[in-house]
Design a binder for this molecule. Structure first.
Ligand code: SME
Length: 162
């Protein structure tokens, strides 16, 4: 059993530190990348306030394929360059989208989503996939969230490759 708690009033930067610590503790020693993504998706779901989707898309061949997540059932395959996730994968750069309705080509998997943060996961120069976070609140994600999620991606990337 993994028992973690992050108090509700914890500011974003500190919250991401704690999430990183929890995620690292869970993936350490476990070689199965899918199992590790599943637990990290659950930690993100449990400890990020005001989100309606947390999870992974994996690079499989030349497209993104749905990985472990929490939230409503989602689109399975996303070509590189399409949607917010495809943009993050194609550019290998974090996409912080304050209003998904204003993002050209946004793929609406859950009609409730209003803002989105997508962070590429790189390991040994290879793109493993992306972390995708959705919120029903416009501009929910900040630069602190982007920086925190990027640190998390770097921290767990070696444990997702297997
Ligand atoms: N909105 C994403 C698709 C994935 S769902 O949000 C889970 C996009 O535009 O890439």
């Amino acid at each position: 059993m993994f028992a973690f708690d992050i108090p509700a009033d914890t500011p974003a930067a500190e919250r991401w530190e704690e999430i990183g610590r929890a995620a690292k503790a869970m993936v350490d020693g476990e070689p199965d990348g899918i199992a590790n993504m599943a637990n990290v998706a659950a930690v993100l779901w449990q400890f990020l306030p005001d989100v309606n989707w947390t999870g992974f898309y994996r690079m499989v061949g030349d497209e993104l394929v749905l990985g472990p997540f929490q939230g409503k059932a989602a689109c399975i395959r996303i070509p590189l360059g399409q949607g917010v996730c495809g943009a993050a994968a194609a550019t290998r750069a974090t996409q912080l989208v304050e209003d998904v309705h204003a993002f050209e080509g946004h793929i609406a998997c859950d009609a409730d989503s209003r803002s989105e943060l997508v962070v590429p996961i790189l390991h040994d120069g290879q793109l493993l996939g992306v972390i995708d976070l959705d919120s029903p609140t416009p501009a929910r994600f900040t630069a602190d969230d982007a920086a925190g999620c990027e640190k998390l991606a770097a921290l767990i990337a070696p444990a997702l490759a297997g």
